[in-house]
Write a protein that binds this ligand. Sequence first.
Ligand code: 13P
Length: 342
Amino acid sequence: MDISSELQVTINDLVQPGKGILAADESEPTIAKRFKAIGLTSTEELRRAYRTLLLSTPGIGRFISGIILFEETLGQRDDNGKPLPALAIAQGIVPGIKVDKGITPLPGAPGDNVTQGLDGLGARLKNYKALGARFAKWREVYPVSDSNPTMLGIEVNAEALAQYAAICQSEGIVPIVEPEVLLDGNHTMERCSEVTEHVLHAVFHALHRHGVLLELMLLKPSMILPGKECTERVNVETVARETLRVLKRTVPAAVPSINFLSGGQTPQQATAHLDAMNRQCSQAPWGLSFSYARALQEPVIACWSGNPSQVAAAQQVFYRRAELNSLARQGKYDPKMESTSL
Ligand code: 13P
């Protein structure tokens, strides 16, 4: 198969009605933070147990088309010796891999960062592919203040995302391009819109310069929200309208799907916002779906608590959260469903 056919098959597998992506690619420090919140110390064994729980949830492939894994998970096996990526494949889920190596301050742009990991990326992708990965993720973060992100920050981050995406496509790996405008801070929703519009313009300009095929990538943006410490209150319809407005101005129709990150919203908020967008824009040129980490996993980790006897109950919680997001992806969610079973 030639490379573009290979990429197209992966896109077709990832972009399906009623389905979204699970991000289970927390780096070691991040998963340690999540475990610490429930009183657990992160060990390789505990991470293996937890990710086995997610990947082996019965029937989860009805709602999840792809799972983004952390490098460690790609090489781990379940209790029966089966590689964890094979558990995903057995459920019709495409395994993916986070390939960035985290952020570092960007000299010359105080307050901004840039993501590392481009050196040797092509060779790493070959290895990941051999272990079953068919798509990748790379995240750039944009802190918001009166002076951030800077013009330099916006340019450098866009360039890194585009280089990453071009390298992925040359290796037959579908890139998820993730520019995350952070929720931290007291900025208004209007400021978030302004920043996100600049960021996305720069990202798509850079993708064009690098010859990235927009039909064969996915975008993973943040939603338009006021900062966490802002006193402004906005309703679900406004978040959806404002997010769609910015995306329509900036994201070419050739992009097959926009899979949002949750960014620190509660699971219910992230689901309600996705639902409202699908209701308001049922004819959107791109799919509007999810690629959540916290909004899918928070209640699952809490239920599991590292206790083997809680695995089945936690899997039910995961199944239900994924089901509600699947409904939201179709504009069929109702907050009343939070307290009832279907
Ligand atoms: P959240 O949904 O928790 O924001 O995580 C998404 C993600 O993949 C971060 O890179």
